[in-house]
Design a protein around this ligand. Structure first.
Ligand SMILES: [Zn+2]
Ligand SMILES: [Zn+2]
Length: 900
């Protein structure tokens, strides 16, 4: 929808769309900006310029228009006090990880808290009316501005003022009146400082007029009146009109403090710490001059570097001041901002990773690390985390509980980055050499080596990031979504009566409503249809096997094998009780393992996905590293403790809003539930999830849970494969016999090793004695199993003694042929092979290779080597005697033939 068109339309009838009671009462006049033409409302009839173009723009820096000074947390206290005094409920912030919306990773505005998607429609669910909320919002698109502009943050607190104009709620007049009094009465801003600018808001199929309110050029808030839907001209009024006023808490603090940047009054004592680290005084005239210039210029230029250059010129900043003050300061603001965002995100269960929203978090921590090393700072990140949390915990007490988790994650992530730097640099150099990589190559670098395109750009390995990179990457990760359900012509059929959510009989009668080839629709069924990662029931319908069950909207379709009943027939149906029972135990076990993983590993553990079959199941959890054996054992132990405690598993139905308010967003472990009534499965107070699956009544029924395997399946996701109930006992038995077998094997090997060691020792002792005796023999000697003969003044030795292994032959042979007139041949068994080793001195007249080859071929194998040393062997043990006879004759008998 074209916002300009809508604005033109609305501004052409200001009385209807913009003029509120307050304007009349107070005497606001409507003016058109002489520079840009925008319409605005002011008490100052002489004012001809809108806030963006006004001469007073950012003149609050160094000279705030209020008599009172409130920093960030104090400002919230003021806002909260004001709205509560005026009949609003103050609601705690919602998580920054937007678990209740499939289309958003992070909460980007306060109104998102209350939006739920039903089909293609956005509906609103407010826990109170009217309400105010200090909603932390994460936005990453202006990351390069953070720390530089004085007012951009990667996360900020949106003061959300929301009202539905019925029940106790109000509409435009009251809204603007409240906002005006908040500024003037509560914050002490002079009435004529407040300017309202006409604007519109459009999104998600609806739109409405809005009034932005400014003080000295700083936009403090925007009151949106979401009123219409459809296309302009054919639009209709929404059933549920909504006031969506969002204001920046950081800006409220800034306007009352008048500090050079909004960062100076919003991060609490952390700035002082960081300033001390680089030795800058934040309260300096240079900073005031510089950041006022930046603030004035930022809206007029697209290029941040240009804005910066201009501000440097206008504020008369020297190069030295730039390098010693401005650049380090920008770095420090960046660190404070990014760290604060990471604290919120990790507290709410997000992890830095290469996937989805985790990517932005990883990016931010890498920017922190890069800034620290660039500025050569000595910073204790843990201490900075503490400082942030101590400052924020009054407003956000939940941060206090997750302090250690945040530290753990950030430490690990930083370490990983340091470790990967060398590798990344090497890889980047290679990429640079090879020339521009394709998008697919970039994806491979990213997925297998964790090298981000941003990093490659930073080190000039690529000149830009291809625009298709992220879309391609997300497509890749989408492919493991649930298998598509085939379209069936089901129009006109009534909803199936779902028995498995009621009495759940395993034998029941039902009427066949419709048959499609091998598929059958009944009027009612106890067969669980595939859903929520739980595989379907099997069994039989009218004597035919049920092999699959799927849910098509609210109609359950059974796939049969071997035939189908007739339409209109009443058939008897039986659910396979054993299969159902096994799957059910696996499903409850999934919840138990999820809870125990969270207990053992940390608060960042969420179910990523799950799969529950008859004889096996798996749970994928969000975790930063592979699991150690100790961790797996602990998780299994904790899970089995929950089984032993025989905890009650309760299933209750709640209105969605009530469920969220009562249990928080932890209930969405299996993803968002697009229904108004949610089914809450709770294992006492240990685990509470919205879930549509089948569950045991008491955890004791599961008897045993065994984790069979764990694996890090992608960055930030670890898979636990497990079995439960009877399958777990079977698995345990198997494991026992397996380990017994292994033990046996180890024992055997140990004995063999021992034997070999003994043989070696014996060889070491006996070889010198034998050699000595052979060297002194007259004609022949039989020693140590060796047949030694003196033939034509040459020494020939031969042995087939079973005690001699390759160690003996090696050592004896090598030493013997130090006398060049000697030769040695040993035949021995090694496993299934009969082997031969031949050593021959230069003047022995024996060619070792010839003998080894000949003997090996008799044994059905092969041999090789050279004249001095050769070996070989074969597996035909029946030829062993032939081989021995032949070898013996070659060593002793043929010596004279070969002698020259
Ligand atoms: Zn203007
Ligand atoms: Zn479940």
């Amino acid at each position: 929808m074209d916002k300009k068109e809508i604005l033109k339309e609305f501004s052409s009838d200001p009385d209807r769309y913009y003029k509120v009671k307050l304007f009349e009462e107070q005497g606001f006049v409507r003016k058109s900006c002489s520079k840009c033409g925008r319409f605005f409302w002011t008490l100052n009839a002489d004012r001809n310029l809108c806030p963006d173009d006004g001469l007073d723009t950012y003149s609050f820096i160094g000279e705030p228009p209020t008599s009172k000074r409130f920093d960030y947390t104090q400002s919230w206290k003021q806002v909260e006090e004001f709205f509560v005094k005026n009949n609003h409920t103050s609601v705690s912030r919602y998580p920054v990880v937007c678990r209740w919306r499939d289309d958003l990773y992070f909460t980007i505005a306060s109104i998102v808290d209350f939006q739920r998607i039903m089909g293609s429609k956005v509906i609103f669910e407010f826990p109170a009316n009217p309400l105010v909320v200090p909603q932390t919002c994460l936005r990453f698109k202006d990351l390069e501005n953070v720390g530089v502009t004085g007012r951009h943050f990667s996360s900020f607190c949106m003061i959300g003022q929301h009202s539905v104009p019925d029940n106790n709620g109000y509409w435009k007049d009251e809204c603007v009146d409240l906002d005006y009094r908040l500024l003037t009465d509560q914050f002490g801003i002079k009435k004529d400082e407040v300017v309202f600018v006409e604007d519109v808001w459009a999104g998600g199929g609806s739109f409405g007029p809005s009034l932005e309110y400014f003080v000295r050029g700083l936009e403090l808030g925007n009151a949106v009146f979401t009123e219409f839907q459809g296309d302009l001209g054919q639009h209709t009024t929404l059933d549920q009109r909504v006031i969506d006023m969002g204001a920046g808490l950081e800006r409220f603090a800034w306007i009352t403090m008048g500090t050079p940047t909004a960062y100076d009054c919003c991060f609490g004592p952390i700035n002082e710490k960081l300033f001390n680290a680089i030795g800058i005084d934040s309260n300096s005239e240079i900073l005031r001059r510089y950041f006022t210039e930046i603030a004035k210029e930022i809206d007029h230029f697209g290029d941040l570097n240009e804005v910066r250059r201009l501000a440097i010129k206008n504020a008369e900043i020297s190069d030295d001041q730039l390098n010693k003050i401005i650049t380090p300061l920008e770095g420090i603001y960046l660190i404070a901002d990014h760290l604060r965002t990471l604290i919120f995100a990790i507290t709410d269960g997000a992890l830095p990773s290469n996937v989805g929203g985790g990517y932005n978090l990883r990016m931010m921590l890498r920017r922190i690390n890069a800034t620290i090393s660039k500025l050569n700072l000595k910073l204790d990140i843990d201490d900075l985390i503490d400082t942030h949390i101590d400052y924020l915990k009054d407003t956000y007490p939940e941060l206090d509980d997750k302090r250690d988790d945040v530290k753990t994650i950030l430490k690990l992530e930083s370490q990983r980055y340091e470790e990967s730097k060398v590798h990344m640099k090497k890889k980047a150099d290679k990429i640079k050499e090879k020339g521009t990589p394709t998008v697919d190559e970039l994806i491979t670098f990213y997925e297998s080596d964790g090298i981000t395109p941003e990093y490659l750009k930073e080190v000039d390995a690529i000149s830009e990031i291809p625009s298709s990179f992220y879309s391609k990457l997300s497509d890749l990760h989408q492919s493991d979504k649930k298998k598509a359900i085939e379209e069936l012509p089901l129009e006109g059929l009534p909803e199936t009566e779902v028995l498995f959510y009621q009495a759940d009989p395993m034998d029941f009668d039902a009427k066949v409503l419709k048959v499609f080839e091998d598929r059958v629709v009944l009027d009612r069924t106890s067969f669980y249809a595939r859903g929520g990662g739980q595989e379907p029931d099997h069994g039989n319908i009218a004597g035919f096997n049920v092999v699959d069950v799927d849910k098509h909207a609210n109609i359950i379709v059974h796939k049969l094998d071997g035939g189908v009943p007739k339409e209109g027939e009443t058939v008897s149906c039986t659910v396979d009780v054993t299969r159902r029972s096994n799957i059910t135990k696996n499903h409850t076990s999934t919840h138990i393992l999820n809870a125990s993983s969270r207990k053992v590993l940390g608060s960042w553990i969420w179910q990523h996905s799950a799969f529950k079959e008859d004889d096996h199941a798996r749970l994928d959890i969000t975790h930063h590293s592979s699991l150690s054996i100790g961790e797996v054992k602990k998780i299994e132990q904790t899970a089995n403790d929950m089984v032993k405690q025989n905890l009650n598993v309760n299933i209750d139905y709640y209105d969605r809003g009530t469920a969220e308010q009562t249990y928080g967003f932890r209930i969405y472990q299996g993803g968002v539930v697009p229904v108004k009534t949610v089914r809450i499965v709770s294992i006492e107070d240990q685990d509470i999830e919205a879930c549509g699956g089948t569950h045991v009544k008491k955890t004791g029924e599961i008897e045993l849970i065994k984790i069979t395997k764990t694996k890090r399946i992608q960055d930030g996701v670890v898979r636990l494969e497990f079995v439960s109930g009877p399958t777990a006992f079977e698995y345990e038995k198997q494991q026992e016999s397996e380990s017994k077998r292994k033990e046996e094997e180890v024992k055997q090997k140990e004995e063999l090793d021992k034997q070999r060691e003994e043989n070696k020792q014996q060889a070491r002792e006996s070889i010198p004695i034998a050699l000595n005796m052979i060297s002194e023999m007259k004609e022949k000697i039989f020693i140590n199993g060796i047949d030694a003969r003196l033939i034509e003044n040459k020494i020939r030795c031969f042995t087939v003694h079973p005690d001699h292994d390759d160690f003996f032959h090696q050592n004896f042979g090598k030493k013997l042929v130090k006398n060049p007139k000697s030769a040695y041949c040993g035949i021995f068994e090694a496993g299934p092979t009969v082997r031969i080793m031949v050593f021959s001195g230069e003047q022995s007249g024996i060619d070792a290779a010839t003998i080894a080859k000949e003997i090996a071929s008799i044994l059905g194998g092969s041999g090789g080597g050279n004249a001095k040393f050769a070996q070989g062997g074969g597996k035909d043990t029946s030829k062993k005697d032939d081989a021995i006879a032949k070898a013996k004759s070659m060593i002793f008998g043929q010596s004279e033939e070969n002698d020259d």
